[in-house]
Design a protein around this ligand. Structure first.
Ligand SMILES: [Zn+2]
Length: 283
């Protein structure tokens, strides 16, 4: 455990590992390190909409390859950045996934980075406010450090990360700026206007929500970073009916639709559009 990486989310003081069972700060706020290998840094148990079934669905979709080209795009960008840097001997690349869910994305990107000869060792850290996701991540992927924590009170010291990933998940830009090294980069992935357009057409017919705009997010992002770049990524994926069900289950699109309606809609395979905008920001 890299204890120096952490700071207490309550008082901001530094932390130490105690008897391999907890992280304790100078003022004796204490956080459990679970036997499954994650740290719980939430001072209050907060209820989220994200339950275990939802993360099971996400995990299935992640292993279906639906996100493959997006993962590839993000990884290639990090490798490109990294190969332009001077190698600092023995220093691992530090990568935070803010909103890691069940951990598939961080694990896949970490694996791709490690395969590349230009990349030094990778230290991956995943955090999410939903404990169910983090528990699953720690069980499935033992390698990264997994944390249950709140992004608005993130438990890390200043300038700890070379890269922060924020994939289809809410942001806290002031925290991202605090946590990034001076030449660090934020990678935010947001849905493009055609993301899951086939499902939108089914669920939102006639409601005015058939299309989606990410203009607001782009605008907010560009206000927080000195230098930014964008990249659009669009592709189509054929999913079988079980995968379509899982995809519907894992997306907020479906939260207002009854299971019976979903059952009727997902009879057979379906081609769906993946449309992402990758935002890169430097402070
Ligand atoms: Zn404290």
């Amino acid at each position: 455990m890299n204890e120096k990486m952490f700071r207490c989310p309550i008082c901001g003081s530094s932390m130490r590992v105690q008897q391999l069972a907890s992280l304790v700060c100078e003022k004796l706020h204490s956080y459990d390190i679970s036997r499954q290998g994650y740290v719980n840094l939430l001072s209050n148990r907060s209820k989220t909409k994200y339950d275990k079934a939802l993360f099971e669905a996400r995990k299935m979709i992640n292993s279906s390859g639906f996100f493959g080209p997006m993962i590839e795009g993000v990884s290639n960008r990090l490798i490109g950045m990294q190969s332009r840097k001077l190698p600092e001997s023995g220093k691992p690349l530090r990568l935070l996934d803010a909103g890691c869910g069940e951990g598939s994305h961080l694990s896949a990107i970490g694996r791709k980075l490690r395969e590349h000869p230009m990349v030094p060792d990778v230290l991956g850290v995943g955090m999410d406010i939903a404990k169910e996701g983090v528990v699953m991540a720690a069980k499935t992927f033992p390698d990264p450090i997994w944390c249950v924590s709140d992004l608005s009170q993130s438990p890390f010291a200043d300038q700890q990360f070379d890269y922060i990933l924020n994939i289809l998940s809410p942001s806290n830009y002031s925290e991202f700026r605090r946590l990034l090294t001076s030449d660090g980069m934020l990678v935010k992935v947001i849905p493009g206007s055609l993301y899951l357009q086939e499902l939108r057409a089914l669920f939102y017919k006639g409601t005015g929500k058939e299309t989606y705009s990410n203009d607001g997010t782009m605008e907010l992002f560009s206000r927080h970073f000195e230098r930014i770049e964008f990249e659009d990524l669009r592709y189509r994926v054929m999913l079988d009916s079980e995968q379509v069900k899982q995809l519907i289950h894992m997306t907020p699109l479906s939260w207002s639709v009854s299971p019976e309606v979903i059952e009727r809609m997902t009879d057979g395979e379906m081609e769906v559009t993946a449309d992402f905008t990758l935002l890169f920001g430097w402070k």
